[in-house]
Design a protein around this ligand. Structure first.
Ligand code: NAP
Length: 302
């Protein structure tokens, strides 16, 4: 049984695909009000290639008593630690928790809250968004890497993901993958917010991108992640080209007045530099400009 906390975009995408391949799932919603809203909606709807299909998956509140053996934590990074603390009493001996959060920082916070369970980290390039409450659009196929820096042996349930069409690999360097994704995010997303442009608009700022990439590489080396630094600048330029017409996730969050995950992305990078007593002036200035920008829009900095 997969318990899935967070019936949002990624949680919905995992829950519906697991359930339709015959894997038992149980959604965990934040309270009785959300459970009532879910029941009124008649289940979770997944929209794929413009076709909508409703899945009346079983759901309960996060405070229900049933013990949990395998938990997919599919909330935002800033909600992960509090959600883990609330669910902790329900986790059975030897339970596994799969963490889908973007960026870094939330995984450590969750692991500290749940010292008895195995935490498996994930990094995904799949794309989904919520069109309405309990209605998820599968916007972009991608790949998910899973791994556990403390125990390199793969769990037995990866086959269930395969069967559900969740394309994935077990990574022996999941931290490297998460760091690489964080660095790509830091080089692209904040600037798209500050220049209010699509990813392709960053082609007009080559020098700024190059300087940021150099500082990010220095940071990755300092943090013991030299592999994550390899060809970073080339990769950033490639992504800017390949996704030129897209608005970055951070741009979309800010444009729609939603809280961003900045504290787990650029904020985490700047804090790591400070911890290692590295001065990275451009990264720091980018962080300050982004914080000021969010503040002017009444959006939180954490
Ligand atoms: P989302 O659509 O906002 O969904 C988050 C869900 O978590 C919401 O349904 C929310 O409930 C629920 N939640 C939060 N706290 C909870 C609690 N205490 N108890 C129960 N439910 C709780 O977020 P998302 O886009 O799926 O993102 C999840 C993570 O995946 C993020 O770190 C994101 O960066 C990462 N990611 C997302 C994508 C993507 O394409 N969406 C791709 C790669 C990585 P309510 O509905 O009640 O608010």
């Amino acid at each position: 049984m997969w318990h899935i906390l967070g019936a949002g975009s990624l949680g919905g995408l995992w829950a519906t695909r697991l359930a339709r391949s015959g894997v038992p799932v149980q959604l965990l919603l934040r309270d009785a009000e959300r459970l009532t809203a879910y029941r009124r909606a008649g289940g979770l709807t997944l929209v794929e290639q413009r076709r909508a299909q409703r899945y009346p998956l079983p759901a309960q509140t996060i405070d229900d008593g049933e013990p949990i053996q395998r938990l997919l934590l599919a909330c935002k990074a800033y909600d992960a630690e509090a959600a883990a603390a609330r669910i902790a009493p329900r986790l059975a001996q030897g339970a596994e928790v799969i963490l889908l959060q973007n960026g870094l920082g939330s995984q450590d916070a969750v692991a500290k809250r749940l010292p008895e369970v195995r935490c498996i980290l994930a990094s995904s390039t799949e794309g989904a968004f919520r069109e309405a409450d309990f209605r998820v659009v599968f916007a972009g196929h991608g790949h998910t890497w899973l791994g556990d820096p403390l125990d390199l042996s793969p769990p037995g349930w990866l086959e269930e993901l395969q069967r559900s069409g969740i394309t994935h690999d077990w990574s022996l360097d999941i931290l490297g993958r998460l760091w690489r994704k964080l660095a790509l995010n830091c080089a692209i997303n904040p600037l798209t917010v500050l220049y209010d442009c699509r990813n392709g608009g960053l082609s007009d700022h080559p020098a700024e991108i190059a300087t940021l990439c150099a500082e990010l590489c220095e940071l990755l080396q300092t943090c013991g992640q030299p592999t994550a630094a390899e060809n970073l600048h080339d990769d950033v330029l490639r992504i800017i080209q390949a996704t030129a017409a897209n608005y970055s996730s951070m741009h979309q969050d800010v444009a729609q007045g939603r809280r961003t995950e900045i504290a787990y992305l650029l904020g985490y990078a700047c804090a790591a530099a400070r911890r290692h007593q590295r001065v990275l002036p451009h990264l720091d200035s980018l962080h300050q400009r982004l914080l000021a920008h969010l503040d002017r829009r009444g959006l939180p900095s954490h």
